[in-house]
Design a protein around this ligand. Structure first.
Ligand code: MG
Length: 322
């Protein structure tokens, strides 16, 4: 990066961003100008930081760029939105190769493009660690659905499977070589944009969240925001096949590991039949894993009714490590 410099790098990436009718002024000015026909917006921001979220050899620069967009798209999906515009901030060590940063940028643009979003601006700053921060705007759906709204008796549903990405991280950190399925899952999250939109627009759900920091922790956020508790049946949780082959600790990892980017939603009992009819429109499987209860906190029980205990329910950046 020292060779090309900040402005040289920016000049090299700007011509690669496509033109769109809803982007009146794109990158290269003090602000971007975007057009929208009188609608509400969802706005979210998230970072990937070297040494905190990834190590360089875990994924290629292009994969890193893709992932940094996809995890933001997952937050938009969790509220039923459509990704539309994003701003990118790079923190870059001076020794980082500019050709690699071009690949990171190309990864962001490719993932954004696939989900219908445009990169409309950004910022570049020197940093001690490589980091990518993306602010993403999404079109809000016609009704709002948040983490608050779950009621006792509502059934808890989860899309896809969980555990594989956390397994890859766990194995890398212990010097192992994770299997292809686990690595793929870590590198390329699948934000459930289509499912999120269909679920919110259907009006069948009472709350939703994306599972980014671990099932137990994220369901805990729903419980706290809604003032309810949750009862989860371990046997019903769709744990990724790659984790199922491993001993019990892999199950624990699946429940608290994070990086799944699946959707968790709650459905009032009287909507269950209609939810079945909606399944084909979701574009992914959805499984019932438990029920919202009166009371507080998330309770996970095994087939014998025994409660599982967790030291911590998921990833917390500032929790002290033992
Ligand atoms: Mg989220």
């Amino acid at each position: 990066m020292q060779e090309v410099g900040e402005f040289g790098f920016i000049d090299s990436i700007l011509p690669k961003l496509g033109k769109r009718r809803d982007v009146l002024v794109g990158p290269g000015h003090d602000c971007a100008v975007v057009r929208s026909p009188g609608r509400a917006w969802l706005v979210t921001v998230d970072s990937l930081v070297e040494g905190v979220h990834f190590k360089r050899h875990w994924l290629s620069p292009r994969q890193l760029g893709r992932k940094s967009f996809l995890i933001n798209a997952s937050d938009i999906a969790a509220m039923g939105g459509q990704p539309r515009f994003c701003l990118v901030n790079f923190g870059v060590p001076p020794t980082y190769r500019s050709a690699d940063l071009v690949r990171v940028q190309a990864g962001i643009v490719s993932a954004a493009d696939e989900l219908g979003a445009a990169v409309v601006g950004g910022n570049l700053s020197q940093a001690t660690q490589l980091s990518i921060t993306i602010t993403l705007l999404g079109e809000a759906p016609s009704r709002l659905c948040t983490r608050a709204g779950a009621q006792p008796g509502d059934q808890i549903f989860l899309t896809g499977t969980i555990g594989a990405a956390a397994l890859a991280v766990h194995q890398w950190l212990r010097g192992g070589t994770p299997s292809g399925a686990a690595v793929r899952r870590f590198r390329e999250p699948e934000p459930r944009v289509r499912a999120g939109k269909a679920l919110v627009e259907s009006r069948l759900i009472s709350s939703m969240i994306d599972v980014s920091d671990g099932l137990v922790q994220d369901l805990g956020h729903v419980c706290k925001a809604s003032g309810v508790g949750a009862h989860v049946e371990l046997e019903r949780i769709p744990i990724a096949p790659v984790c199922r082959k491993l001993p019990n600790s892999a199950t624990r990892l699946a429940l608290s590991g994070g990086e799944d980017y699946e959707l968790l939603c709650t459905v009032p009992a009287h909507n269950l039949t209609r939810l079945k009819h909606l399944q084909a429109a979701l574009g992914c499987p959805i499984h019932r894993i438990g029920e919202i209860t009166h009371g507080r906190g998330v309770k996970v029980v095994d087939a014998t009714g025994k409660r599982l205990r967790f030291d911590h329910g998921g990833f917390d950046h500032f929790a002290s490590r033992r």
